[in-house]
Structure formats: structure tokens, C-alpha cells
Design a protein around this ligand. Structure first.
Ligand SMILES: CC(C)(COP(=O)(O)OP(=O)(O)OC[C@H]1O[C@@H](n2cnc3c(N)ncnc32)[C@H](O)[C@@H]1OP(=O)(O)O)[C@@H](O)C(=O)NCCC(=O)NCCS
Length: 212
């Protein structure tokens, strides 16, 4: 049990070295998390300006962050987002999971403005960097014949991004793609096919540049 010092100063230390200011910050962080249905652990942060829809269960590990203006969008049934230790969904991202799941390992970052459509499942490993304004989509339109694309069914296939991948800014990774460990995707690339481990790919559509 923590014993608090008697002084009213913000910087008063408790017996275990915690300051009152830090305790207050921690309580505020917990309360902000509660308003979004998220249990905010030690050193984790959820911006009060992030929005999480009610039908998404978000779990975050210590040190994880969800930035300002990020939107996490659910559907009719429960979706899930899991953010591993020290991983971040930075400001202005959109994560739509509907009834699917986004899982992110440790020390990974979805940079500013990235978009994830996770309804068929998106798994991101550890130490992965997703460049700003990239799209990771586990769903796509179908376009048989000349019929309206709008009226045709969606195609769903999970996306897997293994550990230590770097995806350059403004790239798109399409449904069903598996990006191997340590691969690099150049900025502004369109990734339609699987990427082997340690490959460097780039362009629209992305082609092999070389191996690391
Ligand atoms: C992929 C990347 C790492 C390659 O860097 P590099 O090794 O210095 O690249 P080089 O200039 O030697 O180019 C190697 C080849 O890749 C091609 N290439 C490089 N970047 C490319 C891109 N974005 N799209 C398509 N091809 C690209 C070059 O044209 C060159 O092809 P060539 O050998 O036929 O002439 C770099 O270009 C890149 O895209 N980095 C991502 C930057 C980014 O998004 N940062 C945001 C912060 S997360």
C-alpha cells in the first residue's frame, strides 16, 4: 500500500518515490481509458482525442500509445484490437476492424495517418514500422464483368506482416498479402503479392529491388 506524504505540493514524494503529480496523471489516464472501454496499463497512453467505437474491444500493453484523432471503428458484432508493449498507433490513424481483429506485436508503430481495414484480420509483428499514410487492407472490392463495383461482394483475406518489416510512407498492402520478416517496402508502393523475408520491394505494383 502506498503511503502519501502530508504536504499539498504536486511534487511531494511518496515513500516509494512516486510524486503526487505522477499519481494524478496516472489516475487521469486511467479515467480517459475507462471512457473508451480501455484498461490503460503502466506507461501506456490513450489520447482523450482518440475515438473508440463501443463494439471494439481494445487491449493495450504497458508503454503502448494511441494518438490524438485516431479512430477505431467497429461494426455490428465485436471486433478486437490488441497493441503490444511500447507499440503505437500514432495520431490521425483510422483502424476499422468491424468484427475482425488487428493484432500488433511489441515496439511496432503505425505512423501518422495510416489506415488499417482489419475485418478479415491483420497481424503485425514486432518492431514493424508502418510509414505515414499507408493503407493495410484485408478487404477489397470484386469487379466481375461490367457490373457496378458498388453492388458486387467484397473479397476478404487476412494480411500478415512479420517482425522487423519497414513499410515506406504512402504504400498500400492489399488483402491476402504476407510480408516476410525483415522485408522493406519502398515508399508509395502497391503490394499485391507476398514479399519474401529480407526482400526490398518497390513500385506500383511492387517488384523486387534486391535482397538485404
Ligand atoms: C526502398 C528504399 C529504402 C531504397 O533506398 P536505397 O537503397 O537508398 O535506394 P536506391 O536509391 O539505391 O535505389 C535502388 C533501386 O530502388 C528503386 N527505388 C527506390 N525507391 C523506390 C520507390 N519508392 N519506389 C520504387 N522504386 C524505388 C530505385 O529506382 C533503384 O532502382 P534501379 O536500381 O533500377 O535504379 C527507399 O527508396 C525508400 O523508399 N525508403 C522509404 C522512405 C520512407 O517512406 N520514409 C518515411 C518514414 S517511415
Amino acid at each position: 500500500m502506498i503511503a502519501y506524504a502530508a504536504s499539498g505540493s504536486d511534487h511531494t514524494e511518496t515513500e516509494d518515490g512516486t510524486t503526487m503529480a505522477n499519481m494524478a496523471r496516472h489516475v487521469v489516464k486511467k479515467l480517459i481509458g475507462l471512457t473508451k472501454g480501455i484498461r490503460v496499463p503502466h506507461r501506456a497512453f490513450v489520447s482523450p482525442f482518440a475515438s473508440v467505437e463501443r463494439r471494439v474491444k481494445v487491449t493495450i500493453e504497458p508503454g503502448a500509445r494511441i494518438g490524438r484523432g485516431t479512430r477505431i471503428i467497429g461494426g455490428d458484432t465485436m471486433g478486437r484490437v490488441h497493441l503490444g508493449e511500447r507499440s503505437a498507433i500514432e495520431s490521425g490513424c483510422v483502424v476499422r476492424v468491424l468484427d475482425g481483429e488487428l493484432t500488433v506485436g511489441e515496439d511496432s508503430t503505425l505512423n501518422y495517418g495510416a489506415i488499417v481495414y482489419g475485418e478479415a484480420g491483420v497481424r503485425i509483428g514486432s518492431r514493424v514500422l508502418i510509414g505515414n499514410h499507408s493503407l493495410i487492407s484485408s478487404v477489397d472490392h470484386t469487379w466481375e464483368g461490367r457490373g457496378s463495383v458498388f453492388l458486387q461482394p467484397m473479397r476478404e483475406a487476412p494480411v500478415v506482416i512479420e517482425d522487423d518489416v519497414w513499410i515506406g510512407a504512402y504504400s498500400a498492402v492489399l488483402a491476402g498479402v504476407h510480408i516476410g520478416e525483415g522485408a522493406i517496402v519502398a515508399s508509395h508502393s502497391l503490394v499485391r503479392e507476398d514479399v519474401p523475408p529480407y526482400a526490398v520491394v518497390g513500385g506500383t505494383p511492387a517488384k523486387l529491388i534486391r535482397y538485404r
